[in-house]
Design a protein around this ligand. Structure first.
Ligand SMILES: [Zn+2]
Length: 283
């Protein structure tokens, strides 16, 4: 105790802790749902794979969390875990942004690729992570997706991609990142020529160069309810055309209606749906 502490003004009345604080959400204990605005215990949310138990709002998952709820426990063999981006264009502050994302996510870039079993089916899997620079695709994401698809062809395995990429092509790598759209699309075409199934799950958000390349080329395209899926975001479009967009524009349900998405699947049913599809394609 320092001298200063002796002079702290004590509250006049004792506090029950209920006066105003009962309306606040304590950090790290509870989360306010953006869907129904109810406050949910984080433990309850975790138990429900981060889906609101009241309104089924699907919260975002990290790539690791997504892997954990998708693959059979202990079956994961990661590919290229140490591949990381250079700064080929000397883009200002790119290195520090990468470093920040690395320490935040524990990943070297915005995609995790590897091999695992899902519902007992051996598959190549790639999961993008929104927490790493918006899940954007630069040379590393492109290269890892292509390598994963090439390994699938070599091993005669299906490919499952789960996307959470709101960042699209990563502007800090300019044309080198745009080029990944063509490169990953070509790899998806080779997968098709090899006759191997390619399943995509679009989660919130999947936009830009990722939505416009490998994420829209699956034989079956699933989406989680409410996921934002599109090319340019609604704000950019509104500013460009100077018109208000309809309610629910570019949400998964809108994209299902317009033929971009084949099926909307609740998070808890995704593994079972993959299993049904793999049994149809592979057995
Ligand atoms: Zn809710």
């Amino acid at each position: 105790m320092t001298l200063k502490d002796w002079f702290i003004k004590r509250p006049k009345y004792s506090s029950t802790g209920l006066e105003s604080s009962h309306l606040r959400v304590p950090d790290g204990l509870m989360t306010k749902c953006p869907g129904c605005e109810d406050v949910i215990y984080n433990k309850e949310l975790e138990k429900n794979h981060k889906v609101c138990p009241k309104c089924s709002h699907h919260f975002r998952l990290s790539a690791r969390e997504r892997l954990d709820i998708t693959i059979d426990a202990g079956s994961f063999e990661e590919y290229d875990s140490d591949m990381s981006s250079a700064n080929p264009l000397d883009f200002p502050e790119y290195e520090s942004k990468l470093a920040k994302s690395m320490s935040k996510t524990g990943q070297t870039d915005a995609v995790i690729t590897g091999q695992a079993t899902v519902a007992g089916y051996k598959t190549v899997i790639a999961v993008t992570d929104f927490a790493f620079m918006g899940g954007s695709m630069g040379s590393v994401v492109g290269e890892k997706i292509v390598t994963a698809m090439e390994r699938a062809i070599e091993l005669r395995l299906p490919v499952l991609v789960i996307s959470a990429s709101g960042g699209g092509a990563r502007m800090q790598e300019g044309i080198l990142s745009l080029m990944q759209m063509a490169k990953t699309s070509a790899a998806a075409a080779r997968l098709r020529e090899a006759g191997l199934p390619y399943i995509v799950v679009l989660t919130d958000p999947t936009m830009g160069g990722v939505a416009a390349s490998f994420a829209s080329l699956g034989d079956v395209i699933m989406a989680e309810p409410g996921a934002l899926i599109g090319f340019a975001g609604p704000r950019v479009i509104e500013q460009t055309i100077r018109q208000k967009l309809p309610e629910g524009f570019q949400r998964a349900e809108f994209q299902l209606e317009h033929g971009f998405v084949d099926i909307i699947v609740m998070r808890k049913d995704i593994v079972a749906t993959i299993s049904t599809l793999y049994s149809f394609y592979l057995d």
